[in-house]
Write a protein that binds this ligand. Structure first.
Ligand code: HAM
Length: 422
């Protein structure tokens, strides 16, 4: 029986993979412009990294991790996100001790969550993310948000909405937490069983519940904005000022809490408002996580970052009918007629490739006409034809596919000839 790929994963075939490569290049380019450097961490980590990092009461850790025991009896987990791994690496390699601070890092690669698959929700998905560790300057919160927005906008997306909130500092959160407990405890029995546990362990998570989201107690729940300390309020005001300065529009949503435990202060999500984008409207999310490095046994270090998934980005591009410029065309297609010409053609092909041209030829002993068709399909800019006569003259017949003109060009000058015209 044929074996299919696992649920929630996908094969990205030629024709599609060029889009992924293109987006990857654009992301690297943008990160480089903002002076973020690439970090590559393993695809799997000790499970504890996420239990401590992302948080024991989150859906990710409770329900969505791909966790396994390896042959050495270690508890490992396929990374569900990148931030905890980056923080782990930051501590392990003592990046906090480097002169260059903040450490501005970016990453891209597969993440794994055991979720119910639907459009834009996969079990393996590719995240692009950045993390800036070591600065508590509101200007860097704005920089992270700016990079995210600029990435989308530079690809042509227009129907974007930046949703912003603050979760405050420890003290604000404790005050808010108590208010949430007081608010939800009287109606505890009406909440789902998960929320009843959350209410005791981490009441903020109740606000994020997918089952209870329509309960009337949700809308009237205490808002963090009413519990902010003076410092937290000031920090939030500063972030907003910087965003204003950068010309970035946002809406404040006091119910935005994010699904991971490490956040404090700034939290944000970028949504697509494009018609036809689908049921899941979040394109990306991020925020500040000043306690995370410490939770992973490092020194007290502020941090902020965000991550997007390519799957959702592609859906948004589709919804806005944006076609990425990824069409690939060959520089030349070689057609050889006869055994000796075939041999010579393979040598010539290598010469052209070494010179940096994109070149291919037929490997199926097709007739001349069929080979021309292939050249056409591959959108070859030039077709190089080599028959007995050309062989004798140590030359090729070059056909410019744009205008149909033909010219015989010697082997010696073919590279220059093509380079001048491409
Ligand atoms: P997150 O909100 O869990 O945050 O995920 C970030 C983004 O990853 C989402 O907005 C979405 O685009 C994408 N994503 C999440 N799950 C899936 C899925 N199952 N299928 C497709 N795409 C998905 C984080 O992961 C944080 N680490 C972000 C961050 C970085 N915060 C600070 N630094």
């Amino acid at each position: 029986m044929m074996i299919n790929l696992p649920r929630g994963t996908q094969d990205i075939l030629p024709g599609e993979s060029e889009k992924w490569q293109y987006l990857e290049r654009r992301f690297i380019e943008l990160c480089t412009r903002y002076n973020y450097k690439e970090i590559r961490t393993p695809i799997f980590e000790h499970t504890e990294v996420f239990q401590r990092g992302v948080g024991d009461t989150t859906d990710i850790v409770q329900k969505e991790m791909y966790t396994f025991t390896d042959r050495g009896n270690r508890q490992l987990t396929l990374r569900p996100e990148g931030t905890a791994s980056v923080a782990r690496a930051y501590v392990q390699h003592k990046l906090y001790g480097q002169v260059k601070q903040p450490q501005k890092l970016f990453y891209y690669g597969p993440m794994f969550r055991y979720e119910r698959p639907q459009a834009g929700r996969m079990r393996q998905f590719i995240q692009f993310g950045i993390e800036a560790l070591g600065s508590a300057d509101p200007a860097i919160d704005a920089e992270v948000i700016d990079l995210a927005m600029t990435f989308y906008q530079s690809l042509g997306l227009k129907s974007l909405r930046l949703v912003l909130n603050t979760l405050g500092d420890q003290e604000s959160r404790m005050a808010h937490r108590n208010a949430l407990i007081n608010h939800f405890t009287p109606i505890k029995d009406e909440l789902c069983s998960d929320c009843q546990v959350r209410l005791e362990k981490n009441p903020l998570r109740v606000l994020d519940c997918k089952k209870d989201c329509d309960h009337e107690a949700m809308a009237s729940a205490p808002k963090i904005l009413d519990y902010l300390t003076e410092d937290s309020r000031h920090y939030f005001e500063q972030v907003k000022k910087y965003l204003d300065e950068l010309g970035i529009e946002y809406v404040i949503d006091p119910t935005l809490v994010r699904g991971l435990d490490y956040y404090n202060h700034t939290a944000f999500e970028i949504m697509s408002e494009a018609e036809g984008f689908g049921a899941i409207t979040t394109l990306s999310g991020g925020g500040r996580y000043n306690g995370l490095v410490e939770d992973l046994d490092g020194p007290n270090t502020p941090g902020i970052g965000f991550a997007l998934s390519v799957e959702r980005l592609l859906l948004a591009l589709d919804a806005e009918r944006i076609v990425l410029p990824v069409e690939q065309a060959l520089d030349c297609y070689l057609i050889a007629l006869g055994e000796e010409a075939e041999l010579k053609a393979s040598g010539l092909m290598k010469t052209l490739r070494l010179a940096g041209l994109q070149v291919d030829k037929d490997f199926l002993a097709k007739k001349m006409k069929a080979q021309l068709k292939t050249a056409d399909r591959e959108k070859a800019k030039f077709v190089l034809i080599m028959g007995d006569q050309e062989l004798e003259e140590e030359a090729v017949l070059v056909k410019d596919m744009a205008n149909g003109t033909q010219e015989t060009v010697s082997f010696d000058s073919i590279v220059n000839y093509l380079k001048e015209r491409l």
